[in-house]
Ligand binder design. Structure first.
Ligand SMILES: Cc1ncc(COP(=O)(O)O)c(C=O)c1O
Length: 364
């Protein structure tokens, strides 16, 4: 296989002024993932020739044959990160190299060609610079960045595609907590599973999300915000929550399930663990049984639980419902550590707190 090296020349075709898309007037109605900026980055791969034609073009439909491998066998991977204006007016990304590295690990699992980390970051930087007017100014609102790779070869046999498209699109998203930092209620899922060890769970690939939507839909219909996934083999150990990793505070100790192969290694998860170490909070990556969670919620030694992920950063859990019974976490309100991690991470992101870990990547 040949890949491009780290010096790509990006051909830029800007959208004609009369083709520019209408920008939203305020940040309030932005929501998530409904609006997209004016341009997108594209690059093609052909086996034996490597990556070629890196280009930025006006946002628009992709031309694919109905027989493209991705449409039948889901050979697809993606990432999600954000660009935002820091307090000093600079445009920043948060640990983008982590997303690029994870993209390449996902690529390996799905038999797809990696894209050098430097090139992924350059593609994002160029795109964000061109569409900088799309980055919302309100605190908490941001430009969501979605890099993805799809198998484009026209062939119906099940095999690794010989052709791929890597693309990046962006779009403004509103502040996740526009109505305030609120706890969510979670349904512990015993029927469906998201992923299994040896499967695709630790890759960020569409197939995992396809497997999850029915459970999420049913949980919503029952009045819950998210599902808590249990391990596929025994439905005994906690894996992750919706599209976030999960943390518990047991008697002052922070505990999160280990990266066992079936959960996504979250960038936010890693940031929480690093901050906990810096703040001298005991933190453990160990298997967590759902029985322990419920027992300790009932006896009061589970004082907090929260999800971690790019979209919400920290999402406090107010209650778990397991086998038809609701167990409140702590007093059901936002816990002290949940708030501390939320403010710690967003503080670093927005340049309000010193960036000791050098996590903020500035787009000059
Ligand atoms: C299944 C799943 N787990 C965890 C996460 C959290 O990962 P990150 O912190 O990198 O956003 C995500 C979000 O990308 C996810 O989709």
């Amino acid at each position: 296989m040949r890949y491009i090296l780290c010096t790509m020349k990006i051909l830029i075709t800007k959208a004609a002024p009369d083709r520019l898309r209408t920008k939203p007037s305020g940040d309030k109605a932005l929501g998530f993932g409904k609006l997209f900026s004016d341009h997108m980055f594209l690059m093609d791969y052909v086996e034996g020739r490597g990556w070629k034609d890196p280009r930025i073009v006006p946002f628009g439909p992709l031309a694919l044959p109905p027989t493209a491998v991705v449409l039948h066998y889901a050979q697809e991977i993606f990432e999600g990160l954000k660009a935002y204006y820091a307090k000093d007016g600079g445009i920043c990304l948060f640990r983008p190299e982590r997303n690029a590295e994870r993209m390449n690990r996902s690529a390996t699992r799905l038999c797809m060609p990696p894209v050098p980390v430097e090139d992924q970051i350059r593609a994002i930087e160029e795109l964000v610079r061109i569409d900088r007017d799309w980055i919302p100014r309100n605190h908490g609102a941001s430009l969501y960045i979605r890099p993805a790779m799809i198998a484009t070869e026209s062939a119906l046999g099940v095999h690794p595609s010989t052709e791929y498209l890597y693309f990046v699109v962006t779009g403004p998203v509103g502040a996740y907590y526009a109505r305030g930092f609120e706890p969510v209620s979670i349904l512990v899922e015993e029927n469906y599973i998201r992923a299994t060890r040896g499967g695709l769970g630790e890759a960020k690939t569409g197939a995992n999300y396809a497997a999850s939507i029915l459970a999420a839909k049913e949980a919503k219909a029952k009045g819950y915000d998210q599902v808590l996934w249990l391990d596929a083999e025994r439905r005994r150990f906690v894996e992750e929550v919706g599209t976030m990793n999960i943390f518990f505070v047991f008697g002052g100790e922070l505990v999160t399930p280990p990266l066992s192969g079936s959960i996504l290694p979250g960038v936010t998860r890693d940031s929480v663990i690093e901050l906990a170490k810096e703040w001298k909070i005991p933190v453990y990556e160990r298997p967590v049984e759902i029985d322990e969670v419920i027992r300790r919620a009932e006896d009061g030694s589970l004082t907090e639980a929260f999800g971690s992920g790019t979209a919400a950063v920290i999402s406090p859990v107010g209650a778990f419902c397991y086998r038809g019974r609701e167990s409140r976490v702590g007093d059901g309100k936002v816990g002290e550590l949940s708030l501390r991690f939320y403010e710690g991470i967003t503080g670093i992101q927005y340049g309000e707190v010193e960036d000791r870990h050098r996590w903020v990547h500035r787009v000059e």
